[in-house]
Write a protein that binds this ligand. Sequence first.
Ligand SMILES: [Zn+2]
Length: 351
Amino acid sequence: MLPPETEMLKAWQHRDETYDGVFYLAVRTTGIFCCPSCPARRPRPENVEYFNSPRQALAAGYRPCLRCRPMERPGSPPDWVKDLVRRVETASSPLRDQDLRDMNIDPARARRYFKRSHGMTFHAYQRAWRLGGALHQIRQGDQPDQAAADAGFQSLSGFRDAFGRHFETTPGRADDLDPIVTRMLESPLGPLLACATSSGVCLLEFTDRRMLATQISTLRRHFKRPITPGTNSHLDQLAEELEEYFARDRTEFTVTLDAPGTPFQVRIWSALQRIPYGETWSYEQLASTVGSPGGCRAAGRANGMNRIAIVIPCHRVVNKSGSLGGYGGGLRRKQFLLDLETGADHLWSDA
Ligand SMILES: [Zn+2]
C-alpha cells in the first residue's frame, strides 16, 4: 500500500517527516535507501525507486543510509531491537553494556535508538521495565524484597531508591500508584504512540520523530505520573481494535478511555464520538450539538486538543465548504481515514 508517486515525490523533496515509516526511497545510482525526511542531498526523481518497508529495499539489494538510518525507525523496530527487547523481558538480571556487545550490539547505538524511539536511554528503558514488573508484583501481593529480587536488584535499599526516583513514592504505597503504560503501535499511516492508565487509554498520537520526546514530557506533566514502557489490558484491546479498524472490520471502538479535560472539551470530545463512522460534521454542527452555536472557533480548538486520535474521531470534522480543515496528524492522514471509512477504493489521494 504505497501513496501515489506524485505524493511520495513531493514528500521526499520537502523532507516531510510525517511520511517516515510510510514509505522508503531507494536511489539507483548510489544503491542506498532512505526515509523521506533524510537530510542528505535530494536525488534526481528518475533515479528513485519506492518501497513499503526496509526489508523490501534490502531484498532489492539496497543498503540502509548511514545518515537517516531507515532500519531504526520507531514503529518498525529493527531485528536487533526486537532481540534486545525480548532479552530485557526475559533476563533475570539487568543487561550490562558487555551483554549488549556479546549480542553484537553497540551500547551507544542502543542508547541513541531508545532515546529517539522511547524518549529515554536503553538503560532507563530497561530500569523502567523492571520497576514496572516489580510494581505489578507488589500489587499482586508480593513483598517488596521478593519483587526487588525478581527484578534483579542486588539490595532492597537499591530497589527502594530506584523505585522512589522512578515512581516518586515508596514500594509500600504501590497500591496508590497508577503509572502511565506506553507502547508503540504500527499502522498503515506510520507508527502511533499509545498510552493508558489503569482507567483507560489516555493518548494515541502519530509519532513524528522530532515531536516524540515533547509528547512524552507533555503527557508526564499533564497526568503528573511516571511513564513505564509495557502494556495493559486497555492497550492490548486498543491494538486489536485498531488493527480491525484499519482492515475495515470495525466501525466503532469499545476500548475504555481516560480523557480528562475542561467541561467544554469533555462535551466536545463526547460529541465527536457520536459522529457516525463514514460521516462528517462541520465545525458549526459540532458547536451547536454541544449547545454553543456561536462557539465554532472554541469547538475547533477543543477538537484540536483531542489526545486520542482515531478513537475520538476528530478527523470526522471538516469545513462547511467541504474542504478538509485542519488535522494534527497532517491532512494526508485525515484524508486517508475518511477514505477508509467511506469505503473508497483508493486509500491514498492527494490531500
Ligand atoms: Zn538517508
